[in-house]
Design a protein around this ligand. Sequence first.
Ligand SMILES: NC(=O)c1ccc[n+]([C@@H]2O[C@H](COP(=O)([O-])OP(=O)(O)OC[C@H]3O[C@@H](n4cnc5c(N)ncnc54)[C@H](O)[C@@H]3O)[C@@H](O)[C@H]2O)c1
Ligand SMILES: CC(C)[C@@H](O)CC[C@@H](C)[C@H]1CC[C@H]2[C@@H]3[C@H](O)C=C4C[C@@H](O)CC[C@]4(C)[C@H]3CC[C@]12C
Length: 369
Amino acid sequence: MAESIQAPMLVYLVTGGCGFLGEHIVRMLLEQEPRLRELRVFDLHLSSWLEELKTGPVQVTAIQGDVTQAHEVAAAMAGTHVVIHTAGLVDVFGRASPKTIHEVNVQGTQNVIEACVQTGTQFLVYTSSMEVVGPNIKGHPFYRGNEDTPYEIVHKHPYPCSKARAEQLVLEANGRKVRGGLPLVTCALRPTGIYGEGHQIMRDFYRQGLRLRGRLFRAIPASVEHGRVYVGNVAWMHVLVARELEQRAGLMGGQVYFCYDKSPYKSYEDFNMEFLGPCGLRLVGTRPLLPYWLLVLLATLNALLQWLLRPLLLYTPLLNPYTLAVANTTFTVSTNKAQRHFGYKPLFSWEESRARTILWVQSTEGSGQ
Ligand SMILES: NC(=O)c1ccc[n+]([C@@H]2O[C@H](COP(=O)([O-])OP(=O)(O)OC[C@H]3O[C@@H](n4cnc5c(N)ncnc54)[C@H](O)[C@@H]3O)[C@@H](O)[C@H]2O)c1
Ligand SMILES: CC(C)[C@@H](O)CC[C@@H](C)[C@H]1CC[C@H]2[C@@H]3[C@H](O)C=C4C[C@@H](O)CC[C@]4(C)[C@H]3CC[C@]12C
């Protein structure tokens, strides 16, 4: 895409644009991408806030569609210069079947790739995940690793398996000829645990604490480090990659980048308390209140209950064998590959990220958000 001097000329498509991360990407593009002529927001569930975006200079086109339907993806893709593919089923709680997770995350991604080839869209940025790497089923720690750190990648759970396969498809598609004969340039971004405005799991912890008279009970040792990254910085990295991909295709094409910022390394629960503490909650216990074997038993009972109740209702507690294992395994990244390859620096400091998240958590009290 040649740099436009006159009128903005580019058409972007964001799949999953109404989700937690997708909304921040949509808003960041409108704020930070001057070459944007049209922004297409493709999602299974369109949000009402999209309407307020249609009053600006950029044409915002809301498209209700399903990435598992190849024809719907191709129709939305026609005439697009850049696609940011963030649509996905983020399910580690057993809400969706393994088949559905695969259909959305893997087949949906294949449909996006084929639509790029069919319609001539040349640039594809894919939202992958830390879980493509780990933690693995053996519970091996990944301590301040980077994109080149050796690590035994072993998954069984449908979600990480689907993200790993989808990422592989995206990277393998780099260099394929699209309609018109130009090469497809692809790139995958791997956020660690994203937090920020709109993070539903954070909201759920907050509400759980309010129900327990302002208390949350430690279940994970404070020594277990978990990588977290602010949603605004993840969105910024997507916008920057999409902007730089053409000029640096040789360097960035087919590459993966962890998403990172200055958010501190802490256990999942201690990190959450950076926001929930100022909102009046306190984390009880300097050590886990229950022995690990009892947590494993409770998690297993939850999984059994989920299976038994499935014909009647969907029982999806936070604690299950997979979430307990992930929470209990150190996974942190320390890298500067994104800075070296395309000049990424976090747009939001840790202090700003924390303040924005606290304000949002406080705003959810009593609201339906
Ligand atoms: N939340 C995190 O901590 C995190 C971390 C790393 C990577 N990711 C990845 O980031 C992406 C976005 O995650 P999120 O946390 O914003 O989740 P989310 O559920 O809030 O957003 C996903 C969006 O995709 C849409 N979607 C789902 N199935 C669809 C389909 N069949 N067709 C079209 N749209 C569909 C949903 O409606 C939703 O708006 C996912 O690919 C996820 O794997 C998330
Ligand atoms: C009940 C306790 C044991 C409690 O501490 C469980 C926390 C658990 C729900 C979360 C701990 C780690 C989270 C995951 C991690 O942040 C990274 C993820 C990758 C991303 O692609 C999707 C979300 C997630 C799997 C995230 C989900 C919640 C946790 C498992």
